[in-house]
Design a protein around this ligand. Sequence first.
Ligand SMILES: Cc1cc2nc3c(=O)[nH]c(=O)nc-3n(C[C@H](O)[C@H](O)[C@H](O)COP(=O)(O)O)c2cc1C
Length: 267
Amino acid sequence: MNNIEKLVRARRSVRTFDGRDVKKEDREKLYAFMENIENPYGLPVEFRLLEKMGCPVVVGTELYVGAKMKDALHINEAVGFAFEKLVLYAQSLGIGTVWIGGTMDRAAFEKKMELAEDEVMPAVSPLGYPANKMSVRETMMRKGIKADDRLGFESIVYWNDFTQPLTPDAAGKLFLPLEMVCLAPSAVNKQPWRMVVTDDVVHFYLQRSKGFGGGKLDMQKIDLGIALCHFDLMAKELGIQTEFALSEPDISHPDGTEYIASYKFKL
Ligand SMILES: Cc1cc2nc3c(=O)[nH]c(=O)nc-3n(C[C@H](O)[C@H](O)[C@H](O)COP(=O)(O)O)c2cc1C
């Protein structure tokens, strides 16, 4: 997948599709891609295309993709990473998606996914070609969530510890990978990711939003998986070497903030 910056900037949640079936060649490309989506946690995620499904916020397509996996530690971050890769790949084919973790008939989707007792289905997304005009419901929904707003770079990226924001200028070659995190989708657009950059590591933290409790399926940890994905794909495309690590540094962090993972990097 090329041109990550362009794909990230162009992606938005699509909830209004134009009613056309996804072309055979596009389905085949999606199938092929879905077979080999890795994530840094090494947890297998199975994707399935689901026909004749629907959910209340989506119009104009009945094709969905669902993800399921065996329950384990770090499933949320892992699926966040893997599913977002698929979202960006779909974008590269001109296919619209929207992460759906809440607004669906879960039981119906889990049945269609043939979910086993020891498996979880974190999210699904419709697939189709975006309509030219959003439905009224979608327009209202975007306004309600403030879906087009993002926190500023310096509100979420820090230098060395949580006391000093990192400016875009000072971020240098890391600016774009970090900026790609700022632009990522997140549940109810809460953008719970925070990054602490040091000379050779970026540490990712989750700043938990009120009312978003962390259960087995934890939408905000999925958001962090998405953040890791955007960072890593952009860094690699720029020729920055990255190495994933689960090793919490000795950095004091604000209440309600929790360490998730790190990327060591070589510019
Ligand atoms: C983990 C996750 C779960 C989400 N669940 C839903 C959902 O259940 N229903 C929905 O309409 N949008 C859902 N969204 C989409 C977000 O509302 C959307 O990404 C955010 O408002 C930013 O808008 P954008 O994707 O257009 O940039 C979800 C997003 C993420 C990342």
